[in-house]
Design a protein around this ligand. Structure first.
Ligand code: IPM
Ligand code: MG
Length: 375
């Protein structure tokens, strides 16, 4: 098969790790008869500084024609926080309705985890992070002085939501800021169903909903209700609830209890950085922004790490693994399995590792070593 892959290397170390990912994908393609037409796009901090625009609409349209998007990292020291995150990464996730953020948390044999007494058998689960709702929808506001009331009124009508902010406004009119977390029945249903389907497909037995329904009862009350409804369609799969604070503790104390975790956007963001640490660090943590019926996007979950850019010291495995997830998503299972085996071999042998894993090899040496193991 032949695929059009839109590549956005991005900022900082993004281009270095993406280069290794492309190298490994090409090797896997050669071995398994998969062809890629990679098309590179220059978006990121430098592009924004030069053109004053993060992502032109015309480019977004063009990306619609891709079979998948492969992204490096974004974040630039001379661009204010939020501009690129919202203008590029979140815009792509929302535009393409990539409602699943799939983040495997798996410890490869040979990699050390900071969790004492835990091994690869204990750290092997999937986090299915909802990717289009919750506190990421960007509904909020800030009001000061006289504009409080007007602002609240507008928003109240606009979103038909109840606010208990009146008290704050009447009592001590200072500045008020709020941000809303949104859950929709359809939005929860589709991501929860994806989690249960994944559980079945992988031959696993348990799906854990991680939420905070004990405090944020409206938004996560709906979440729980829908989770329970969907769970009824999956006899034989154990469905359980955990509050996010307890889940954070169990990620460290009993990671073996987790098989598939499904969780709202923001909790998923936080938990998957924790997940990355228990699987050996951010250098080993990939993610897929998935729309099962649309254009999906694969990326390492680490950032652009500008401080290390251009030095060839960053671990490319998160990006290579993200490429592996892309292969699997495209239905190229044999090639995907070959990449997974190759990563596993290089990690187990422990001869070609970057500094984060205690080695002294360069980014491209690790990419070469993995590519060379693919048959
Ligand atoms: C992630 C990142 C992003 C997020 C940021 C960069 C917007 O932290 O992919 O986890 O919060 O989703
Ligand atoms: Mg994050």
């Amino acid at each position: 098969m032949r695929y059009r892959i839109a590549v956005i290397p991005g900022d900082g170390v993004g281009p270095e790790v993406v280069e290794e990912g492309v190298k490994v994908l090409t090797a896997a393609g050669d071995a398994y008869g998969v062809r890629f037409d990679f098309k590179f796009y220059p978006f990121g901090g430098d592009y924004y500084l030069e053109h004053g625009e993060v992502l032109p609409d015309s480019a977004l349209k063009e990306l619609e024609g891709a079979d998948a998007i492969y992204l490096g990292a974004i974040g630039h020291p001379r661009v204010a926080p939020g501009v690129l995150e919202k203008g590029l990464l979140l815009r792509l996730r929302f535009h393409f309705d990539q409602y699943v953020n799939l983040r495997p948390v798996r410890l490869y044999p040979g990699v050390e985890t900071p969790l004492r007494g835990k091994g690869p058998g204990d750290i092997a689960f999937y986090v299915v992070r909802e990717n289009t709702e919750d506190f990421y929808v960007g509904v909020g506001g800030r009001f000061k002085g006289e504009s409080h009331r007007a602002g609240l009124e507008v928003n109240r009508r606009l979103y038909r939501l109840r606010f208990s902010l009146d008290v704050a406004v009447q009592g001590a009119p200072g500045e008020v800021a709020y941000q809303l977390g949104i859950a929709t029945r359809r939005g929860v249903e589709r991501v929860v169903r994806y989690a249960f389907e994944l559980c079945k497909r992988k031959g696993l037995r348990r799906v854990t909903s991680v939420d905070k329904a004990n405090v944020l009862g409206d938004v996560y009350g709906l979440w729980r209700e829908v989770f329970s409804e969907v769970a009824r369609d999956y006899e034989g799969v154990e469905a359980e609830f955990a509050f996010v604070d307890a889940a954070a503790m169990w990620f460290v104390k009993n990671p073996e209890r987790f098989q598939v975790v499904v969780t709202p956007n923001m909790f998923g963001d936080i938990l998957t950085d924790l997940g990355a640490m228990i699987q050996g660090g951010l250098g080993l943590a990939p993610g897929g922004n998935i729309n099962p019926g649309g254009v999906s996007m694969f990326e390492p979950i680490h950032g652009s790490a500008p401080k290390y850019a251009g030095q060839g010291v960053i671990n490319p495995i998160a990006a290579i693994w993200a490429g592996q997830m892309m292969l699997s998503h495209l239905g190229e299972e044999a090639a995907a399995e070959a990449v997974d085996r190759a990563i596993g071999q290089v990690l187990r042998e422990g001869k070609t590792l970057t500094k984060d894993l205690g080695g002294s090899s360069s980014t491209s040496q690790v990419g070469d070593a993995i590519a060379a193991k693919i048959h």
